[in-house]
Design a protein around this ligand. Sequence first.
Ligand SMILES: [Zn+2]
Ligand SMILES: [Zn+2]
Length: 983
Amino acid sequence: MASIATSRDRLRREPALADALCHEQVLPGRAPVHAEALPAGFELLKPVLERHGIEHLYVHQARALEGLAHGRNVALSTPTASGKTLVYNLPALRNALADPPGRALYLFPLKALARDQLQRLEADAAALGVPFSAAIYDGDTPQSRRRKIREQPPDVLITTPDMLHAGILPHHVSWEKFFRSLSLIVVDELHAYRGVFGSHVAQVLRRALRVARFHGRTPQIVTASATIGNAGELAAGLTGEPFQVVADDGAPRTRRHLWMLNPDGSPYTAAARLFRTAVGCGLRTLAFTKARRITELMHAWILEAEPALRDRISSYRAGFLPSERREIERRLFAGDLLGVISTSALEMGIDVGALDVCILVGYPGSQVSLWQRGGRVGREREAAIALVAQPDALDQYLAHHPQLLVDRAYEHAVVDPGNPELLAAHLPCAAAESPLRGDEAWLADPRVAEAIERLEADGALLRSETGREWFAARRRPHRDVSLRNVGSAFTIQDDRDPDAERPVRIGSIGAGMVWSECHEGAIYLHRGRQFLVTRVDATEQTVSVRPVKVDYYTRALSEKETEILSRDRARPAGNFRLVQGRVKVTTFIRGFERRRVHGQDLLGTEKLELPPSSFETTGVWIEIPDEIPAALKAEKRHVMGGIHAVEHAALALFPLFALCDRLDVAGISHTKHPQLKKAAIFLYDGAPGGLGLVASLFDRFESLLETTLERIGDCACEEGCPACIHSPRCGSGNRPLDKASAIRALGLLLGHEPLPAIETLELAETAEAAPTEAPPEPETRETPPPRLVFFDLETQRSAQEVGGWHNAHLMRVALAVTFDTREGRYRTWYEADVAELIDQLKGADLVVGFNIKRFDYRVLRGYTDDDLGRLASFDMLDAVHARLGYRLALAHLAEETLGIGKSGDGLQSIAWWREGLRERVADYCRRDVEILCQLFDHAVREGHLIFRTKAGERVRLPARWDVAELVETARAEGPERDTRRAG
Ligand SMILES: [Zn+2]
Ligand SMILES: [Zn+2]
């Protein structure tokens, strides 16, 4: 095997690579920093250390264990291969040996990582020679085994957040034995929990801690992550608990070389060349690409050039069978494979041994990923990390500032535990696990309290009669919540085969993305295969596709609108005002274009007619002072082209400031925002409800703009290119864009140049008309309160006697009772008075009854051709049904809400009628109308009724009935109340 130095010399001899090499740097090696002694309480575990050949722990390991020994939660944040696993395996083993033994819950973001860890843990336990058990519980665990795990819980349970959410917490009662001895929660790969997924997990972990408390436990938490800028903050955000941070890495490092290549041609060709050179020198090489397709392409090119490498190199990515992946990992570890080309799939966890060269095809988007991937090499021998820059703004910025690769601080990973959409998804889950109590600390957060209020109003949570507890309206709300999405998702299916029992499921896509990515005619890419979207069914939430082979891709053409819903904070910055608030983003898809895969030539465009889709999120916006567009205009520059370009470049560079993924942040530019009445650039979190990303930049926004200006200014292009202001995600096809205008606008925004006074600009601005006086308020007239008529009737015959409910019009009115709020009196109407009764009902602004639409009006249809369904009516039973999804009897509501019983039922009243007990029937009917009035009053006054759930809980049924609103709604539903139908 050649050394890194030799390989570097060979690289230098390859003209294509030598020219591309734009930066070289040597990162010095470092000796380990050991701790003096094993922390107290861990002496018993010496055999485990001996197994690893460890005499002394590294300082960070010892500090973390001490923190745990002192009862604190610990957030460990150190580089790859610094011995993080031991930091949680040791306390887990120690707890298992204690009396009484304590159990541990291990969470890994990916199933594959769980397998790897199980083996290590079992081997560590074996070194101790004591009985110990660990088990994986995930989607692959067979049912029979699951039951056994629940009944005989292992000392360490290894699972994923998804399984914890959907498979364990909802059934925590049958996991009682486990939770009653839970003493440690381990969250590994903490930095993977960010964005939408992380914000979901923040809810799941809060629920898990609630469930543990329910079973009388307060487990300690240890988190482990790659080096990130805010491990303690992230751990606290994910759990709601305080943490001690341990980040002083004591692990040794060998000398490493950092090479940056910025090739003129394709970065993939250059990377493949470099890979061949390194492998040719006998160096064990790992290349990371940013896409599955590139992984496969590079693999193919290398084999084409050097077929002899067939058995020595491999590709690696998601989508391979687990067994294939294990095999590749094993062969790489053993040195049997000399090189692997991988997607990010190999970034985390899995130990692949000591490697020599790490090639990054494109900057992986963050310092965290860069050094996690780079940490794969240099564990035993001198090694090299090579970054091949791509022609995009982010990579080109770094190619011009390569020292930043080493000097720049690690990004902050953000989660938003207050995301209203996610709270709305998880609070019902939490309530189903154990009723939410008003005194829980969690509920003190105003955003949580607000979410509960909304969920109660929507009927997803039911408030107890006392008002102090909330129950879930459904038993298993978990089923509709996936941790990988916000809101609902569409199923993508291949349903060509009419004989197949059901369509073949390809994947899923969030409802927010479906119209832009999967409209009819779109080419949807999945695992390197192309599918043509043939149909989108919004009701069924399905996207039908069929596989195709085409040489084009599609891109939706969209327009977006931003509505400012609220302003949360603002500050002056440079020459502009920066504001953060809630925004509503509405997207209109106007059509799509087809472009050739190679060369991106436009092949054609098609129109689409789709309903607009919108969501609410957090936005940060620049309010651009009028002087800037005026100055641009005066200088004959393109205003929209300038600010649009600023938006694109700022978005592209956003990952330099916060850990985020491609679709996490988006933007919109306006030359005149309808609410602000001035130009503005909005950046907003791409996920409904927000992720805390743009908000995390509020205080450092000028840095983002400075970086943006620098990138655009540095770019060698004339009029803008993908390395500065072009965006592959632009909804308007990168039009208009004006590079020079962007540079000028940024200079003015940042205050590098003073704002010119508008008067001095040579500009014939059309003077805006002076605002007209608001029209005088019309004189308000006293309007009388609406006239409500409460109404109920009894019949002479039963449904059974007339052949069923569909013949209700034959049941004959025995008598009816009304209470008219204008008259303030009850009236009784007999069969002979039905015509007058109907007139009385027609005179009401609102008829209020219980089941009137399905019953009383149908009985009256025996007497009239009028469409009584058109009366302005409020049927309380309908309102109950709409809220609960099932019906409740009037007697039930009366008893639970008012504490009064009914005096009989409909059949009883028919019997009385037959016996001639007219007074008795009248009293009974009047009693029902009284109950109606009281229930209605109760709801108007209190905003709810009380009922008993199927589980026997007395809870509030939200009923915020507002008389004026009900009248208006009823009028809207039956506009022509006097219409007669021809007989
Ligand atoms: Zn450029
Ligand atoms: Zn754009």
